[in-house]
Write a protein that binds this ligand. Sequence first.
Ligand SMILES: [Zn+2]
Length: 306
Amino acid sequence: MLTTSVLSGRMQPLVLDLPEATDSQPASVGIDTSHATHIVATEYALLLGDQRVSLSAQIGRSIRLKFLGQRTCGNCQVSVDKLEGGGYCKNCFFSLARCDRCFVSPERCHFAQGTCREPQWGESFCMQPHVVYLANSSGPKVGITRQDRNFYRWLSQGAVQGMVIAYADTRRDAGLLEVAIKSKISDKTNWRRMVSMQPQNLDLLQLARQLQTSIELPAGTRWVDQMTSHDLAYPIQSHAPALRLAVNEVTPELLDNLQGIKGQYLLLSQGAFNVGAHVGMTIEVEFAPAIDAAKLNSSDQLDLFS
Ligand SMILES: [Zn+2]
C-alpha cells in the first residue's frame, strides 16, 4: 500500500476489484428467490504508471489533480502532443485492431474476409463468446461484451442495473443482435444524468421479454432462458453537478472534494472528472483533508496547496 501523499504517472482507466468470478457472476454474490443479485463496487483504484492508488478510502477528502504536460501512447510508449481515442498515438491508432472502426461497430467485423488488422488479437478477443445485455445507467441501454466480463462492463459504465439477455458465438454475432435491438433501445449513456442522479429503477425483465417476442435472432445468437437482474452500487456520498471537469494545457490543475466514484467518473463537488478522457496523460494526484465549501468557491483555491 502506497503511503506517499503526492503521486504522479501515466493515467490509466480506473480499475475495480470484484470477488473471484465464476461462470458469469462473482462467487460471493448469492441469488435470492426473485433472481436479483446486489453487487457493490467497493474497491476502486487509480493507476498512475505502475502505481496503484486506492480511491475508496479517499472519498470525503480533497483531491488535487495536475497535468504535468506529457502524453504517452499506451502501446508504443512514445511521447506525443495529441493522443487518439483510448490513449494511443496516431500510428498505433491506425494499426491496432482494438482501435479499428469494427471494434466500436462489431457488425462491421471483417475477420472472415481475412483483413483483420491483427488476426491473432481478433482471434483471442473478438472470435470469442460474447453476451448482449440490457443495463440502466441513465435509462435503458443495450450493449455487448465478452462473456464473463459483464459485471466489469456495467460497473465501468456506471450502470445501476444489468441483465444478460442473449449469448453470441462471436463479437460480430453479438453486434448484429445489438443493431437489431438499437432500433428500440439506445446504446448510449447520458453521462450528465449518470453522474448527477440515481436513475429510476427499470423492469429489465419485462423489457427483455418484449424484445424476445419482437426481434428475430441473427445466426450465432440465442436468448437466455433464465434471466437474472443485477443491482449495482457505487461508493457515493453524493452525486456531482452535471458539469465536465478536466485538466489540460489551459487549466492544468483542479482542486475539489471527492464525493464518490461511478463508472469512470470521479464525482466532485463542482462537477465530474472523467478518468477515461485523461488516459495517457501524466497526472500528479494529491489527497488531503476535505476543503471547506466556501474556500473551494473562492478564486484563489489553488493557493491552498502552495
Ligand atoms: Zn503508439
